[in-house]
Design a protein around this ligand. Structure first.
Ligand code: ZN
Ligand code: CU
Length: 493
């Protein structure tokens, strides 16, 4: 049957096809064979082993979650239900300066590497070992990877509260080069965290130098997202210019009440930089952030919900101010007693979230934390929340533009060859969903819930999720950096 030119493994009939580039949808049938899209058009004369009636629902390239902390999760929970249930077919791990590889721990993982798991979760001393582990686990989604600056620092340095020496930077560079040789997408940093805050810009610049030759990029959880955010953005641009690589600003936001409303200024800075160098950002569609509980951010001006605490697991779900009142101590003291802990910070304005999400250079990335017992709902809800809440209900942006921010923009930026668009010859990573019904179900109170309205998801041509259930097939694999990220001064992708 496969020898017949008009035979396919799968035919998807009567879809509104979004190609991922931002173009409006067209009514099409799509044929998939051997993991690729082999025909698009009126395919009524085709045969297939499986025919799916789309009935005019939306068919799009599978979503690319550019900002994840799924490094160890893709191995330990390869069914990847939080992501496949959203229509996500590729995740990029290693964000915010923390990656599972290459890592050799001397003790417990430092904050925030503990977001990826405990000590025993880190068993990949080289990037090649991590790639092998991902492929052996057969995850349900494809996996691209960044290398974390903090992870490299922790490998090479005896303490993290100082700048790296030239020799230590040499050691970090050698590890980064091994990873780039084996297909890593780039370098990430997490300069706001105590484990990297002492790193001067020059340390990151020196470490970033090998990226350009590999066609890789630099992503950053910036030095600050609070009042000095414009300086932090300048620092990110400077690293990009020094290393001649594209820059992605992670989870761009205006954090803290004194900063609310400044997204206009922040995006003006981004647009100014985009005239000179390739710069973009990712964001998630919520006005609350989440990470480890940072005592410095416990200033009393916002609510902070505790999501986990090693010494006080019973406090998960409570506000720091409630815990402080219960214990009769200050909020800062309560936060110290809860360490190590995780938190949700009520620290953004809705207006800023909307402005950043609708900017043409922003990609969607969940920043979900899969090891958190009470995870921020972005882990299960980020993509359907954009499609349902922001596109359909709030009419913030057109559906084809939202899809572009989840697909082609991301694939082109990160160099994921032949993904992120629905064209003949491309990998058949696809999602079929109902624009009228798609909706995030995950809430802050009940965060572990699959979305509604995601009807079918194919990964590398294999039907992996259908009608609210995983099919049991897991067809993802490690994806190496493909074509070099296009260095486009306009930053228009
Ligand atoms: Zn981050
Ligand atoms: Cu992150």
């Amino acid at each position: 049957m496969h020898s017949h030119p008009e035979a396919a493994d799968t035919l998807i009939i009567d879809a509104q096809l979004y190609d991922g580039t931002g173009a409006p949808p067209v009514e099409r049938d799509v044929a998939v064979r051997d993991g690729r899209i082999v025909a698009i058009g009126n395919l009524s004369n085709w045969l297939a082993e499986e025919v799916i009636e789309a009935n005019g629902r939306a068919l799009a390239p599978g979503f690319i979650d550019v900002h994840t902390h799924d490094d160890t999760h893709v191995i330990r929970a390869p069914q990847m239900l939080p992501k496949i249930s959203q229509g996500v077919t590729t995740v990029i791990v290693g964000n915010c300066g923390i990656s599972a590889s290459p890592v050799a721990l001397k003790g417990d993982p430092p904050d925030p590497m503990n977001l990826l798991g405990e000590r025993d979760a880190f068993s990949y001393p080289t990037f090649a070992a991590y790639v092998d582990a991902v492929n052996a686990a057969r995850p349900a989604v494809n996996v691209g990877a960044l290398i974390g600056h903090t992870a490299l620092r922790n490998n090479q340095m005896d303490r993290l509260d100082r700048a790296a020496t030239p020799q230590e930077i040499e050691g970090m560079r050698a590890q980064l080069e091994e990873a780039l040789k084996n297909g890593a997408l780039g370098l990430s940093s997490g300069l706001a965290y105590g484990s990297a805050f002492a790193a001067p810009t020059e340390e990151v610049m020196a470490l970033a130098e090998p990226l350009a030759a590999a066609g890789a990029l630099y992503t950053t959880h910036m030095r600050t997202e609070f009042d000095a955010i414009l300086d932090a953005m300048d620092e990110a641009y400077r690293v990009g210019r020094h290393a001649s690589v594209p820059v992605v600003i992670s989870h761009l936001k205006c954090a803290g009440p004194s900063n609310w409303g400044r997204s206009t200024e922040v995006l003006k800075s981004l647009d100014g930089a985009r005239r000179l160098q390739p710069v973009g950002c990712d964001c998630y569609p919520y006005n609350r952030s989440s990470s480890t509980l940072d005592v410095k951010q416990v200033t009393g001006d916002i609510d902070i919900t505790v999501t986990w605490s090693t010494p006080h697991p019973e406090m998960a779900g409570k506000l720091v101010k409630e815990i402080a009142a219960e214990w009769g101590v200050t909020q800062q003291e309560a936060a110290r007693r809860l360490q190590p802990a995780g938190a949700v910070y009520h620290n953004m304005s809705e207006e800023d979230v909307r402005r950043i999400l609708s900017h043409p250079a922003s990609m969607v990335g969940s920043d979900g934390l899969p090891n958190d017992p009470l995870p921020h709902p972005r882990l299960w809800g980020a993509f359907p929340r954009v499609l349902g809440h922001y596109v359909r209900d709030a009419a913030l942006l057109p559906l084809e533009e939202a899809i572009r921010k989840m697909t082609s923009l991301s694939a082109r930026r990160y160099g994921l060859a032949q993904r992120g668009e629905a064209h003949i010859g491309y990998h058949a990573d696809l999602v079929l969903f109902d624009p009228e019904r798609v909706r995030d179900a995950a809430t802050f109170e009940k965060p572990q819930q699959p979305a509604d309205g995601i009807d079918a998801v194919w990964v590398n041509g294999v039907l992996s999720y259908r009608d609210g259930q995983p099919t049991g097939e897991r067809a993802g694999h490690f994806v190496a950096r493909g074509v070099a990220s296009r260095v486009d001064a306009q930053g228009v992708f």
